[in-house]
Structures are given as C-alpha cells and as structure tokens.
Ligand binder design. Structure first.
Ligand code: P6P
Length: 333
C-alpha cells in the first residue's frame, strides 16, 4: 500500500505536541509548487522556457527562465498559506512579507527555487531547496530579518526536490529524513525511502578540483588520503556541479561533499539559509555530519539573508577524519 507525502506529513504532524494541520497545509504548498516546477523542467527542451531570461539576480547570476518560473510558483503557492508570514528566495534581494502576515502567521520559509540552474540547458539534474523557521517570540511582521536570521538548529523542517532521472522529494521535520518519488501516473510523491540512514562510510568524494590550488592548507592532504586508500579503501570522484544532486548521492550512498573556501569565494560559495542549512539539517537527520569548515554548520548564526559559507557534509567516517584534522590544525579553519 502506498504512502503519499501528504499522508506522511499528517502522520509526522501527529507526533508533534500541540500540532495543528497548518504545518501540513504549509508543506503541501511546497509539494504542489515542486510538482509544477518539475513538469516544466521535464519539458524544458520542448518549450521556449530554456535559456536565460535576460535578467541578473541578486547573486549576479544570469537568470534562466526556469529560475524565474520556479521562483514565482513557490512565492505564489506559499503566499496562499495563512501560517506563512515571511518568504525569502535566492532570486530576490529582499524578503517578502506575505500580504496576510498577521499574528496568526507562524513560519518563515526560505528557498532556492532552482539550484544548479546553469545545468538546465545541458540536461543535468537540478533541484529546489527549502527551509522552514518558526517566528521568534515577539517578532513583528515588519522585521522579517528576525524571522530569518536564526541558527540552523532552529529549523523546524527542511528538504529538497531533485529533478533527476526521477523527481524525488527528501524532507525532514526533525524526526528522520524521508524520501518520496513522484509517481507521474497519479501525480503524487510516494514514500520510497523511509527513514534514510547514510552508510557510515562511502566511496566517493565530491568537490570541484579545479579550485584545489586555492583550497585552504590541509584540504589537499585530506583528499589525497581518500584517493590513496588510507581510509579503508581508495575513493573515486563524483562532481555534478548541482549541490542537490551531489548531496542526494551522498545521503543515499555516503561519502563526502565539499565546497571549501576558494580565492573566488573566500567565504565559500553556498548560501547559508537556503542551501547549507537545509542540507546540513537533512545530513544530520540521516546520521551524517555537517561542518562549515570549522564548526558544526547548524550552530551558525547568520547575519544576512544571502550570506555564504564553506560547507563540508558527509558520512561519519569521512567527517570524523575531517573534524580531527581541523581540530589538530592539519586543516586550516
Ligand atoms: P562550481 C550551482 O550554481 C551551485 O550553487 C550549487 O548547486 C553547486 O554545488 C555549486 O554552485 C557549483 O559551483 O563553482 O563548482 O561551479
């Protein structure tokens, strides 16, 4: 018998004390939006939706038309939920205070509508990431930054959808990480990977080796240890260049994904609120570990909504070695 994501969310909801259906209703806005995005991604080559939209987003990246569509769909679907007060997107410089934001609004949602979108034109998988924070006590609707700039440990839910060989949603409300595969014949995300647990060790490392010369001291030695088989077996390299896809492989197979500081991005490239935090949350829920290169990533207190961070996430064996080398100073932090 199948379990749809709606059924699963309601079951999880029941495990929350004082839960109301509004959280499930909020998450259903994300599943609806990502089904709509997936439909456009799957037919991108057949319509004129492929290619740049001509604008440049707040990150200075040329906006792909699908980026724009994905962003508008998520903003629209989430704006219809009374429990949502604040929305923030990778595509928008400023947060959006949802029209009906009032004392009933309890949640802020941050998202990257289409992560890895530069890969769309070459048919490489892309993804949507999201993270949900609870409104801090006393935060008013005209101070959205207070809703958003909280440590990663304050996330009440997070997830991603990867538009790959199949469309998969992986989410967590803090009770484990669970994977759902979209069944196009019924238009529903169906539970396919209950309670995902990362293997304790993988066989792949995932990093853009082109930037290796500018990695901080110690990263090269760490990666060479993996290649040389000094950590139980020799590793192979897999790098898709789409964070959601590279992490999806890591959460299912173990291994390590790294985006270290580089000369181009000395603070790291990945954004804290809508890339690093949701990935780190899911990684820990699946039994892995997530670092900002120095400390536990989820402990980070962000200071701006588009802040970037280095990110090193993976399974226990690889991460314990990484953390040991940071603690000893072999890896510079
Ligand atoms: P690079 C996509 O633009 C992205 O933000 C992530 O999805 C991906 O992991 C990273 O950038 C790839 O960056 O510098 O290796 O091309």
């Amino acid at each position: 018998m199948i379990t749809t994501v709606q059924q699963h969310i309601l079951q999880e909801q029941r495990r929350f004390p004082h839960a109301s259906g509004e959280f499930s209703w909020l998450l259903s806005a994300i599943t609806l939006a990502t089904k709509m995005i997936g439909s456009k991604v799957r037919s991108a080559g057949l319509t004129d939706i492929v290619g740049a939209a001509g604008d440049v987003n707040v990150q200075g990246e040329v906006q792909q038309k699908l980026d724009v569509y994905a962003n508008e769909v998520l903003l629209h679907c989430l704006s219809t939920r009374a429990s949502v007060g604040v929305l923030a997107s990778e595509e928008n410089e400023h947060p959006k205070i949802v029209g009906h934001a009032s004392d009933d609004a309890k949640y802020a949602v941050v998202f990257d509508p289409l992560d890895g979108s530069s890969n769309i034109d070459v048919n490489v998988s892309v993804g949507t990431t999201f993270s949900i924070m609870r409104r801090p006590d006393g935060a008013s609707c005209d101070e959205p930054e207070r809703w958003l700039l909280q440590p990663g440990t304050k996330q009440v839910a997070a997830g991603y959808v990867v538009y790959g060989s199949s469309t998969m949603l992986v989410y967590s409300v803090g009770l484990g990480a669970h994977g759902f595969t979209l069944d196009p014949s019924i238009g529903a995300f169906v539970l396919s990977h209950p309670n995902i647990k990362m293997p304790k060790q993988g066989k792949y490392y995932s990093v853009n080796e082109a930037y290796a010369p500018s990695f901080p001291p110690g990263y090269a030695e760490y990666l060479q240890m993996l290649r040389d088989g000094q950590v139980n077996h020799p590793y192979s390299s897999r790098y898709i260049g789409s964070m959601v896809s590279d992490f999806h492989r890591t959460i299912l197979k173990g291994g390590i994904f790294l985006y270290p500081p580089t000369s181009d991005n000395p603070e790291g490239k990945l954004r804290v609120l809508y890339e690093a935090f949701p990935i780190a949350f899911l990684c820990e829920q699946a039994g892995g570990k997530a670092s900002d290169g120095t400390n536990r990533l989820l402990d980070m207190q962000p200071t701006s909504i588009h802040q970037r961070t280095p990110m090193v996430v993976g399974s226990q064996v690889e991460m314990e070695l990484f953390e040991k080398m940071v603690a000893s100073g072999e890896i510079a932090s």
